[in-house]
Design a binder for this molecule. Structure first.
Ligand code: NAD
Length: 325
């Protein structure tokens, strides 16, 4: 595609920041809209315009000069969504409703949305395909599924060109953009915090699952591969169609494999503590990447866990150094 102008909501966060950086590198113009509720001002890549504001107020900022929107702004802590579900409906669903109305009003008719594997819930088969049943087990997953349904309706009724990309476990880092959730709940950054000496040990929640080593298996995708899929999706979408597409490696790694890889990459001991299973953790969550390959022409170029962990480690050390750790 020739040079275009995009609004990136949530572009001060982890994934939105990496995608914004890729868009800029591809020669596009980028405006980041982010309220910094979980993101960081320094996460906005140089070269992007920045609006500190809420997606709920998108109508104030969107106009016909934009060619499309990439929508990352959301709350995404599964556990928090269980204890505070309304926070998720208000921000994730309410925010996207306002965004869709603003896009309609401004005549901006291209959207790529961050959906999630959490829309499926307990998998009925593996690897998961986009036609598998959706039965989310958390308000977070339910809020993202509700948005997917909203986008399907918007495409059918009003001709929006849209894609929902259902990410599995996003990991790794891209330059100065890496994972920094607070509280951190994602496995790779948590294990790296142990390697850095900032946590005493890593908890392994159950080792009696029906998997090769008994621990849960997840599909990890490098954030830079994920970013490339967004640029391809923006080009692949067509008016009136809502493309739903899983983004994963199609390959699973167990919790113990992740811990072992962190030990190898960092050279640090990582003590582990066996804990009880957590409710709602499926044994295996692996994506079928066939739709992404066929519809987007996408293939991950960094599928090795060691490469993903190595990039995340560089980022974790840089952040540790900033904080004087
Ligand atoms: N990280 C993963 O593994 C993963 C997996 C599946 C889906 N996702 C989805 O990807 C997206 C990005 O996730 P992330 O890990 O980068 O999270 P993040 O918290 O780093 O980024 C989200 C950004 O959105 C901003 N934001 C939230 N609500 C807003 C609002 N109402 N208005 C303006 N800005 C707002 C936050 O300040 C933050 O900068 C989310 O939608 C998440 O649900 C992430």
């Amino acid at each position: 595609m020739s040079t275009a102008k995009y609004l990136v909501t949530g572009g001060a966060g982890y994934i939105g920041g990496v995608v914004a950086a890729h868009l800029l590198e591809a020669g596009h113009r980028v405006t980041v809209l982010d309220d910094l509720s979980t993101g960081f001002r320094e996460g906005v890549p140089g070269g992007a315009d920045f609006i500190e504001g809420r997606v709920q107020d998108a109508a104030r900022y969107l106009d016909a000069s934009y060619d499309g929107v990439l929508h990352f702004a959301a709350f995404s802590q599964v556990g928090e969504s269980v204890v505070d579900p309304e926070k998720y409906w208000v921000n994730n669903v309410g925010g996207t409703m306002a965004l869709l109305a603003a896009m309609r009003g401004a005549g901006v008719r291209r959207l790529v949305f961050s959906s999630t594997a959490a829309t499926y819930g307990e998998p009925v088969s593996t690897p998961l395909t986009e036609t598998d049943p959706t039965a989310p087990t958390s308000p977070y997953g339910a809020s993202k599924l509700a948005v997917d349904h909203m986008i399907t309706g918007e495409a059918a009724a009003h001709g929006l060109a849209a894609a929902s990309l259902r990410y599995f476990n996003v990991a790794g880092a891209y330059g100065r953009h890496g994972e920094r959730h607070d509280p951190e709940s994602h496995l790779i950054p948590l294990v790296l915090q142990v390697a850095l000496g900032r946590r005493p040990s890593i908890s392994v929640y159950g080792d009696d699952y029906p998997t090769p080593d008994g621990t849960c298996v997840r599909d990890y995708i490098h954030v830079a591969d994920l970013a490339e899929a967004h640029l391809l999706a923006m080009d692949a979408i067509t008016p009136g169609e809502h493309l739903i597409c899983n983004l994963g490696n199609g390959n699973g790694f167990s919790v113990r494999e992740v811990i072992e890889t962190v030990r190898e990459v960092t050279g640090h001991p990582v003590p582990e503590v066996l804990a009880a299973r957590r409710g709602g953790d499926p044994a295996v969550l692996v994506a079928s990447a066939a739709t992404a390959r066929d519809r987007l022409g996408w293939k991950p170029s960094r599928p090795e866990l060691a490469d993903i962990v190595a990039d995340a480690w560089d980022f974790a050390r840089a952040v540790g150094a900033e904080r004087g750790a």
